[in-house]
Ligand binder design. Structure first.
Ligand code: GDP
Ligand code: MG
Length: 161
């Protein structure tokens, strides 16, 4: 017997969140993790890594023709990144709202970018922008063995089960 169901519909959505090199340098990892934890999302993967050019080229493939693309890849390779996978109801959309506008100067106070950054070129965090993209990005940044499926004991406080 369990107080909570392991299969509450719609709470298994996952997204890729990455603290970019500026966020790691500026010691913002804890602050960012805290926001996702406190919102009620479940951490299912986490690692510090130096991103390779290959992974970054794949990750930002859609932006390859943008004028800022070479600078973007240099920025993302300039130091370690903390890659995370977070799980929960509507996590893709909710995390985009928590992260705020791409352009930090437009990001609202209360959002991660709006509270912690000032410029689009150093906007501290990445968040997948759709469920399909999230699936692709998670499989790019993580091996399946690095993701842990586990049950949180507060599930019945976060969701109607
Ligand atoms: P995101 O999904 O909000 O991260 O934004 P995009 O997918 O449009 O862009 C990816 C990343 O490229 C952004 O987070 C920025 O780091 C960077 N970027 C986007 N637009 C610009 C720009 O105009 N100038 C610079 N320097 N970087 C940009
Ligand atoms: Mg994007």
């Amino acid at each position: 017997f369990s107080l909570y169901s392991t299969a509450v519909p719609g709470v298994g959505e996952r997204t890729l969140i990455a603290v970019k090199p500026d966020g790691v340098q500026r010691r913002l990892v804890g602050e960012i993790v805290k926001r996702f934890e406190q919102r009620g999302f479940k951490l299912v993967g986490l690692k510090l890594l130096q991103a390779s050019e290959g992974i970054l080229a794949e990750h930002y493939h859609d932006l390859r023709r943008k004028p800022f693309y070479p600078a973007l890849l240099r920025y993302m390779a300039s130091g370690p990144v903390v890659a995370m996978v977070w799980e929960g109801h509507n996590v893709v959309r909710t995390s985009r709202a928590m992260v705020g506008d791409t352009d930090s100067s437009q990001a609202k106070p209360g959002t991660i970018r709006g509270d912690l950054s000032v410029h689009i070129s150093r906007n501290v965090i990445h968040a997948s922008d759709s469920v399909e993209v999230a699936e692709r990005e998670i499989s790019l940044w993580f091996h399946t063995g690095e993701l842990i499926s586990w049950e949180t004991s507060d599930q019945c406080d976060l969701y109607q089960v």
